[in-house]
Design a protein around this ligand. Structure first.
Ligand code: SAM
Length: 212
């Protein structure tokens, strides 16, 4: 492991946003899932959440450029349970949803702890989810087609969140709890060793102080 790699990992961890996330409701196509996680990585999302119909396994493809290694995707059995959990963590839930009550996505305050909910490619956000969230947000459309591809919609919204958070100074210093930062630094530097230690139930060793 080189100091350059460790420096890169520390720089990325230092910009991760633990209170900005996405919730993907039945987004199944591997290229969409992959593209969304790639945008999450670029914006600094720490982890993502999803619910899926049936038992179809998740899959990523080259579109992710390996982002799934850096963004854990937590899967839940139901939308309701998942949204309750996210709300209990203090997140406002904004569904990207083409409804009459939707506000322009730029009007939302993304400096608040926020989860952006995105709907299925074919059906959009479920009625259940639409009723449970705090806000509906819309990217104004002025063309012939009614909606964007879900991964494009995710990118547009996430980069507005990044813009607001940059302005608020959220990327100037690490926003991770020290124990989370230390754990992730070890896991990202030594993924195989970390996996073995987790399986054995052993703690990670302390890394040498960073000298870069
Ligand atoms: N027919 C679906 C509908 O009526 O919602 C279209 C689904 S769209 C292809 C997939 C997802 O992308 C939507 O559920 C929404 O989360 C997001 N999306 C696409 N275009 C959007 C827009 N203009 N504003 C907000 N969200 C959008």
């Amino acid at each position: 492991m080189t100091d350059v790699r460790r420096g890169k990992i520390r720089a990325v961890l230092g910009k991760r946003q633990p209170d900005l996330t996405v919730f993907l409701e039945n987004v199944h196509k591997p290229h969409n899932l992959s593209a969304i996680l790639r945008s999450c990585d670029a914006v600094g999302v720490l982890e993502a959440h999803c619910v899926s119909f049936g038992t179809r396994p998740r899959a990523f493809n080259d579109t992710s450029a390996g982002s799934e290694k850096w963004i854990p995707l937590h899967q839940y059995p139901s939308t309701k349970g998942a949204l309750e959990l996210l709300k209990s963590r203090g997140l406002q839930i904004a569904a990207a949803h083409l409804s009459d009550e939707a506000i322009d996505y730029r009007e939302l305050d993304y400096t608040r702890p926020t989860a952006v909910l995105l709907g299925a490619e074919k059906w959009g956000v479920s009625l259940e989810a639409a009723a449970l969230v705090d806000k509906h947000i819309i990217i104004p459309m002025h063309g012939m087609v009614q909606s964007l591809n879900v991964s494009v919609a995710a990118a547009v919204i996430l980069f507005e969140a990044q813009r607001q958070r940059l302005e608020a100074g959220y990327y100037n210093a690490s926003r991770l709890e020290p124990d989370v930062y230390t754990r992730l630094e070890y896991e990202w530097l030594h993924p195989r060793e970390a996996e073995v230690l987790r399986e054995l139930g052993k703690p990670y060793p302390t890394l040498e102080p960073y000298s870069g």
